[in-house]
Design a protein around this ligand. Structure first.
Ligand SMILES: [Zn+2]
Length: 402
């Protein structure tokens, strides 16, 4: 195969190559529905949601890079013409979800060359040339699907949760009272609550006992993990801050949340379960405001209490994997709109700036709901969990609707 030497203008090549030509280079015949601006084809990325010729993958032919998105819920894969060619060649997504390294060079050379692939034998396969196989992208297995029984049996531990502050230990009750978004009703809806220390013979979840516990659900609604909020964190944090550097040696700083070992928080979002799209008004809200991104568990719950669907990054920093997920939903549900509502203080603004840059780079329509100086400084120091409906309706919503 001809290997172009020197600089290859990938953007120009993608712009100048028709879908038919690109498919032909990969040895496939284009079977497309529609013409003009949007063309739909069967998803070539081993897609479970696209079968029986549903043609779930749509390609924007007016875009120079011919960006595509698979609308099958469990897939949601997107990319440019080069990525699409990788799918036609291999029937799989690029390793790690992004086209790079040897896989990238393979399709680039194919696009730049005049050769046509036969029997998929173009160039060496990555596994044969790479020094070591690229790592599998991390993913979480729902508790109920775990091979280990002691993990499986945790899937419904929320049946033991208490949601009335009067029934909790004093620290947990104080925590719940400090967070009015945590009403018994909202805690039951969100499957969070207080796991008492005395299990009454039930020994499950000992490490969660005495804490307020939140579930991280998969998009299908299965529990991936329980996360314990240390209700004594604020007190421990104050004690820690009084220690001298010498006294801190060998000690761990207090942690607000305890995530189980091996759980990949950075690939999930709190509130990502697809069932939320069936709640009254939620699809419309997302279409109007974009995907609203917040930091924490309580922020998602607090906004949900006033009818606003949001997702939480479970940190004050969004990971790239979380950003990719949000970008896909934004494309599918909100015409590419994203609204950032991190905590309205210095730490939140830092995280929001990173996220803003990430979505802007992706060409999405992204904006911030608030900053300490916006809206006349009205929200400085606030967290989304404290938002009340009247403020949302009169200040935030008019600003972010578009
Ligand atoms: Zn797909």
């Amino acid at each position: 195969m001809k290997t172009p030497s020197g600089y290859v203008d990938i953007d120009r090549l993608q712009a100048e190559t028709t879908l038919e030509e690109a498919a032909a280079k990969c040895g496939v015949t284009l079977d497309a529905k529609g013409s003009g601006k949007e063309v739909r084809i069967d998803c070539p990325f081993g897609c479970q949601g696209d079968h029986a010729g549903r043609k779930e993958l749509s390609i924007n032919t007016e875009n120079p890079q011919k960006v595509f998105l698979c609308h099958a819920y469990q897939c949601g894969f997107r990319g440019n013409l080069l990525t699409l060619m990788h799918g036609w060649l291999t029937g799989t997504k690029p390793t790690g979800g992004k086209l790079k390294g040897e896989e990238f060079r393979r399709v680039r050379n194919l696009l730049a060359g005049d050769g046509v692939v036969r029997d998929g034998s173009t160039g060496p396969k990555p596994a044969e040339t790479a020094d070591s196989p690229p790592p599998e992208p991390p993913h979480n297995v729902p508790l109920i699907d775990s091979p280990e029984e002691r993990v499986r049996e945790l899937h419904n531990i929320d049946k033991k949760f208490l949601t009335e502050p009067a029934a909790m230990n004093p620290a947990a009750a104080a925590y719940v009272r400090r967070h009015p978004c945590l009403s018994p009703a909202s805690m039951q809806k969100w499957r969070c609550g207080y796991l008492p220390n005395d299990g009454g013979g039930d020994k499950r979840g000992w490490s969660l006992r005495g804490s307020i516990v939140y579930p991280v659900l998969s998009e299908e609604g299965k529990v991936l993990s329980w996360v314990a909020r240390d209700v004594r964190y604020e007190q421990n944090e104050r004690e820690w801050s009084r220690l001298s550097p010498a006294e801190r040696v060998g000690k761990e700083p207090p942690a607000k949340h305890r995530f189980p070992k091996g759980f990949h928080r950075g690939v999930e979002l709190f509130g990502q379960q697809a069932s939320r799209l069936r709640e009254p008004g939620y699809r419309q809200s997302i279409a109007n405001h974009g995907i609203v991104v917040v930091e924490g568990f309580n922020d998602v719950i607090g906004l949900d209490n006033i009818g606003i669907p949001a997702v939480g990054v479970m940190s004050n920093r969004m990971t790239e994997a979380q950003g990719e997920k949000i970008a896909t939903w934004a494309m599918r549900l909100a015409s590419g709109r994203v609204t950032l509502m991190f905590d309205c203080e210095a730490s939140g603004i830092e995280g929001a700036k990173d996220a803003l840059w990430f979505f802007a780079e992706q060409g999405l329509d992204v904006r911030v709901a608030w900053t300490p100086s916006m809206h006349g400084g009205k929200f400085a120091g606030r967290q989304p969990e404290t938002m009340i409906r009247e403020e949302w309706e009169s200040v935030i919503r008019p600003y972010i609707s578009r």
